[in-house]
Design a protein around this ligand. Structure first.
Ligand SMILES: [Zn+2]
Length: 389
């Protein structure tokens, strides 16, 4: 790359984020975020050794024999370990969901219905991509096989990038779902791993039995919001017109705050140019339209490479997803979290993966997924506020 891969948050966070009077100041930096401001750049691309399955399993309340069986399988074969982790994760979600369902749902919702539910995919309103992007994606994205990409079966949308590239979505909808979750990745084109994780999670969403959530979920994935940046050589954070899409959302006072922030706080950093006007870019317009039309109760935005978890909006934030811990570091004019979470009141979970060019392990991605499902089951309700409706 001609410039270091970096997400927007840490460097600007080090420059003191703006807080408007209407916004709740976030807690001061500590741990990883603080370390970043002391001169560290991209974190180690290796994840620490994964904790034993046995501990994780026991922590979830499973029986010792079952946990040892899973642990043995994990130690025997790495590939099997990933599968076991997914299965264990799914089982734990089912258990958590069952518990939550027992506590919160009327008895008229039989567990057997959820357990036997199969995933449905929306195909009526979207065509299978004629120029399916897998050829490009598997070359560019880390840890994305042709099989994984093709199983994702992304679909064309009405959206195109400023460079004319197709924007893709994929809906995974459980029967009777009323809870909508929007997952977006590669808003910054040089954060390659974010798109990879989105595709892996999409594959997990297609599996049973996460349909056994207390509220079945309708997922919408946008694996690559910024294809021009992702496919440029080298990959670029901004879109083809040089706009940081995560500064282009219409937060209040954008016209005053966003350019001022860019000038004063970033020193006119071209990687963080917010654009001339809010929603000036077709990619941000596309995501905004998804937010209005799909009306998600929760938005999950995947970035890299700072290895933390951020949160904006109502509800109690998740304390961790896998090995990513909550570390809220700032609010920025024009960011998706600021717009969706602070000003529209819809929870926005921002996942900052620990590396831009390497995904976490299969087991770690599975654990992040199950932690996301567990928190969603506990905290997000279809009766909660949704965008656009
Ligand atoms: Zn980013």
């Amino acid at each position: 790359m001609d410039e270091p891969t970096a997400c927007e948050r840490p460097p600007i966070a080090c420059d003191h984020p703006i807080h408007t009077p209407a916004q709740q100041p976030k807690r001061s930096m500590s741990g990883p975020a603080k370390a970043r401001c002391t001169g560290l750049t991209e974190r180690n691309t290796q994840w620490p050794t994964r904790r034993p399955f046995t501990h994780f399993c026991l922590a979830l309340g499973f029986g010792l024999a079952a946990c040892l069986a899973v642990s043995t399988a994990a130690a025997t074969d790495a590939a099997n370990a990933a599968t076991s982790a997914t299965a264990t994760a799914a089982a734990s979600v089912a258990a958590a969901a069952s518990t939550a369902a027992t506590a919160s749902k009327p008895a008229t919702a039989p567990a057997s219905t959820a357990a036997s539910a199969t995933r449905e995919t929306k195909t009526a309103t979207a065509q299978r991509a004629p120029d399916a992007p897998c050829r490009d994606w598997i070359v560019r994205l880390p840890n994305v096989s042709r099989n994984l990409c093709e199983r994702a079966a992304v679909q064309t949308s009405a959206g195109r990038s400023i460079g004319g590239r197709q924007l893709y979505t994929r809906d995974v909808q459980a029967p009777d779902s009323r809870l909508r979750v929007l997952v977006v990745a590669a808003m910054h084109g040089d954060e390659l791993s974010s798109a990879s994780v989105a595709l892996h999670w999409l594959g997990m969403a297609l599996q049973e039995p996460p349909a056994a959530m207390p509220h079945p979920v309708h997922w919408r994935f946008v694996p690559v919001l910024n294809p021009d940046g992702l496919l440029s050589r080298p990959p670029r954070r901004t879109n083809a017109r040089g706009v940081d899409l995560n500064r282009n959302f219409p937060t209040p006072n954008w016209a005053r705050e966003a350019p001022l922030y860019w000038h004063k706080r970033t020193g006119n950093d071209p990687r963080r140019f917010p654009g001339r006007t809010p929603l000036s870019e077709p990619e941000s317009q596309f995501l905004h339209a998804q937010m209005m039309d799909f009306a998600p109760h929760l938005i999950v935005s995947i970035h890299a490479p700072y290895g933390v978890l951020d949160f904006d909006g109502p509800s109690v934030p998740p304390s961790r997803l896998g090995r990513l811990y909550l570390d809220q570091v700032g609010i920025f004019p024009g960011s998706l979290g600021n717009y969706g979470g602070v000003h529209k009141g819809v929870p926005v979970v921002t996942v900052e993966l620990p590396a831009a060019h390497k995904t976490p392990s299969e087991a770690e991605m599975a654990q992040m997924w199950v932690d996301l499902l567990r928190w969603t089951a506990e905290r997000i309700s279809p009766e909660g506020r949704a965008l656009g409706r």
